[in-house]
Design a binder for this molecule. Structure first.
Ligand SMILES: NC(=O)c1ccc[n+]([C@@H]2O[C@H](COP(=O)([O-])OP(=O)(O)OC[C@H]3O[C@@H](n4cnc5c(N)ncnc54)[C@H](O)[C@@H]3O)[C@@H](O)[C@H]2O)c1
Length: 267
């Protein structure tokens, strides 16, 4: 991997990666629909809207691997999700394949499976159960990844990211927290491991409360260093201040499940 493209570079995760991935590859191109305020003179950055195929063709040109973070990252109106995550993700994979890019690491999400109950441990071979239009768009991105891997030989890794941050912020995030350095480890496996064809990994650290079987990532050498348990007291103190959420607390997707929820009212 000589040259890498990272989309969504101005967002929360992208901003962390601009620090953590410095020097990891000979050349990194960053892209987003908006430019970061703190761009350094030695950082290559191209402004591009993922919904614009011509612009996406420009950002993928000449790169060996892509870390695709760009898109709408929470629940939102269908038009926003459609443009950024459905059209945008299609454009990314299609342009990557046409340009001869070898690998894509796609930032999927736990919200592609948010309606699994917290009592159930899920692996990577289960039906998706999205908890939002956003979650559906991530399931769509995973399906696109499988298509381009199986049909065109692109090497694709989907990371079902839990929650990236310095520490888990509440009880739910004790189960799904991902230390930023562990995310970098997963990205590197996706970009570098010789046996990647199409893989799904859970983006979670070594959390005692975990709901996911992440043995597939460990099979590829993933050794998470973060332990959510180290922050249990502060996460539970924050949890105690949250209002009760009977639906959200039942399912893995938390508030994404209770948002707009009215299934109980169906006949
Ligand atoms: N942060 C997390 O814990 C977490 C958890 C699960 C999944 N993810 C996924 O990881 C990725 C990064 O997450 P984040 O927290 O940094 O999100 P973020 O919202 O902070 O960043 C996303 C970036 O994508 C850019 N973007 C949006 N629409 C675009 C478009 N049409 N064209 C080009 N760029 C566009 C935004 O400008 C933004 O900078 C997202 O795909 C998100 O869904 C993140």
């Amino acid at each position: 991997m000589q040259k890498i493209l990272v989309t969504g570079a101005t967002g929360g995760v992208g901003t962390r990666l601009r620090m953590l991935m410095k020097g990891l590859y000979p050349s990194i191109r960053w892209s987003d629909i908006r430019k970061p305020d703190d761009l350094a003179a030695d950082e290559e950055f191209i402004v591009a809207d993922l919904a614009d195929l011509a612009a996406v063709k420009t950002i993928v040109a000449g790169v060996d691997g892509i870390v695709h973070l760009g898109g709408y990252s929470i629940e939102g109106p269908w038009e926003m999700i459609l443009n950024a995550n459905i059209v945008g993700c299609y454009n990314l994979f299609e342009a990557a394949y046409r340009a001869g890019v070898k690998r894509v690491v796609f930032a999927s999400s736990n919200h592609a499976l948010g309606f699994y109950p917290r009592s159930q441990r899920v692996g990577v071979n289960v039906t998706v159960r999205p908890d939002s239009r956003y979650g559906v768009s991530k399931a769509f991105g995973e399906a696109l990844g499988a298509l381009y891997a199986d049909k065109h030989g692109l090497r694709v890794t989907c990371l079902r990211i839990g929650n990236v941050g310095d520490a888990p912020l509440d009880q739910r995030r004790l189960a799904i927290w991902l230390k930023p350095e562990d995310l970098v480890q997963l990205i590197r496996i996706g970009l570098e491991h010789r046996d990647i064809h199409f893989e799904i990994f859970y983006g979670a650290s070594d959390n005692a409360d975990v709901w996911w079987d992440n043995s597939n990532a460990r099979r590829f050498g993933y050794k998470p260093t973060g332990k959510a348990d180290d922050f249990r007291a502060q996460a539970m103190a924050a949890q105690a201040k949250l209002p009760p959420d009977p639906i959200g607390d039942r399912y893995q997707g938390g508030p994404f499940c209770s948002d707009e929820y009215d299934a109980d009212r169906a006949g």
